[in-house]
Design a protein around this ligand. Sequence first.
Ligand SMILES: [Mg+2]
Length: 347
Amino acid sequence: MRIRSVKAVYPNYGNVISSWRTHLWQIVVEIRTDTGVAGYGYGGGGLASLPIVNGHFNELLVGKRLDSPDDIAKIWDHLYYESIPYGRKGIAMMALSGVDLALWDALGKAERRPVADLIGGVKKEQIDVYATGPDSEWYAELGVAGQKLTHRWAGTTDDAVESAQNARLVMGPDAKIMFDVYMSWDAEVAVRMATDLADFNIYWFEDVLTPDDLVNLSYLRPKVSPINLAGGEHEFGVAGFKEIAEHAAYDIWQPDITWCGGITAGMKICELARRHEIPVVPHRGGEVWGLHLIAANDACDNLAELVLGHRNAAIDNLWIGNPWIESGKLSVSNKPGFGVKLNEQML
Ligand SMILES: [Mg+2]
């Protein structure tokens, strides 16, 4: 089949966390083909990524052949090279991610196979989940494997100790408990935290320093061990992860499949991770885009993130049919493509 049209839209979100996300949250990419098959992808960059997809990428994509994973790899390389002057990282790569995922969805639908099947087949039928947010009671009821707490440094370790204590108590002795600190700590704080949280068997500290501070991350790793350093949601493409690998900056890599360059970049990052014996735990990996990669790729740990927040929090249901937790676990469906439908009422 050949690509007939490419269109990116920015949905009407009602419940985006107030931050950069208010302006630059996720886009939807639709790719239509001459056989009537349409694929949908999820990318980043908000309104700023629309002219990239609807202008430049559209011009490069219309008429291109789409019959195999190899065709997708060629298209990815083409878009990447053509966008180098303004791309490589950030919004252009977030836009390319949406296109890549729409291509995989379209190919899966054309062949009536799930994306996981196209990229090596399902190797994990049941995937452990960790929940991000503060609602330990709800997460324990759901039976998930872990909880990631968010923390912002405000001059004391007391609040972190208190939330770790509560999470450990409610989630039980075997749960994975993590901290995402969103670049609000420094190396000294991280070492203090490792000491003060030593009783709670913390699995990882995430985003301790900025992604530009790889040298200091590599110094910090042994100092907070056995707590792992995790990161990578703000890195892009296999080139970015090569730098992380060269610096030995993280114990666990967390590419976001809707930002880092899609499934195509995700597979290359996994290959690199395998060579360096680093486990991959994709950012927001419990959403279908990352979940298919986790299910199919053994460089990924058996662990998928769902950002759940509070039990009663209002949410935007943009993708209908995203798998939900059963007995604490997620599975990819055997529906074609990514197996989700766009909620057009949000457009
Ligand atoms: Mg994070």
